[in-house]
Design a protein around this ligand. Structure first.
Ligand SMILES: N[C@@H](CCC(=O)N[C@@H](CS)C(=O)NCC(=O)O)C(=O)O
Length: 221
């Protein structure tokens, strides 16, 4: 089939990344909602290694892993670049995107899964150490991408939108407060006020219900 399709889940920050990139480029696409509890043949065939969403289908050819999909989109459609043109700046963006996905995301998961008491305190401390690195990196800039949103901002969106809702659901709002992380909190406001972001976020109430249900499942299995 010709064209662009995205296999995703409406509440997933990973598939929202891809949607935002496609919107930024003005690319029309068909969204195929996946059921992760009963994975479709299309998903299993398109991403046989990880069996995860998101998957971008471009003229029926699958591209998997959200960071790679973002790069693919940026290289396929040149308008409104997402990554910097400069090779060194591009390498730095890849570094920070990888930092988000391979350091911050696991630390968040650990915080969520940790038992109350010492284990939870240690997990929060580790997470805050990572957040402080990001706080130093944003250092007065409007976005990680400078004056306009770029690769790292799109990748980091989960920290701005999903993370505070998760913290709220866990009763751990004190983890990322404005007094501890003023730069990150300001970046959050800047990001969530961008029209391409604002118009493409999952509905807050629906997301809170979805996250609560997800936590209930993952903590009892
Ligand atoms: N590294 C992947 C992570 C994607 C991911 O975690 N997808 C989750 C949904 S948010 C998924 O498909 N989970 C189903 C599973 O792992 O079985 C990416 O960046 O695309």
């Amino acid at each position: 089939m010709e064209g662009v399709q995205l296999i995703g889940v409406w509440g997933s920050p990973f598939s929202r990344r891809v949607e935002i990139a496609l919107k930024m480029k003005g690319i029309k696409y068909e969204f195929i909602e996946e059921n992760l509890r009963n994975k479709s043949e299309l998903l299993l065939k398109s991403n046989p290694v990880h069996k995860q969403i998101p998957v971008l289908l471009h003229n029926s050819k699958p591209i998997v892993e959200s960071l790679l999909i973002l790069e693919y989109i940026d290289e396929t459609w040149n308008q409104n670049p997402i990554l910097p043109q400069d090779v060194y700046d591009k390498a730095l963006d890849r570094f920070w995107a990888s930092f988000f996905d391979h350091k911050v995301v696991p630390a968040m998961r650990k915080t969520r899964a940790s038992r109350p008491g010492k284990e939870s305190e240690k997990a929060v401390e580790e997470l805050q150490t990572l957040l402080m690195i990001l706080e130093n990196e944003i250092n007065g800039k409007k976005f990680f991408g400078g004056n306009k949103i770029g690769f790292v901002d799109i990748v980091g969106l989960f920290l701005a939108y999903w993370f505070p809702l998760i913290l709220e659901a866990m009763g751990k709002e004190q983890v990322m407060t404005i007094d501890k992380f003023p730069g990150l909190c300001k970046w959050t406001d800047n990001l969530l006020n961008c029209s391409v972001i604002k118009e493409n976020l999952p509905d807050k109430e629906k997301l809170v219900t979805f996250l609560r249900a997800l936590f209930l499942v993952t903590t009892t299995t």
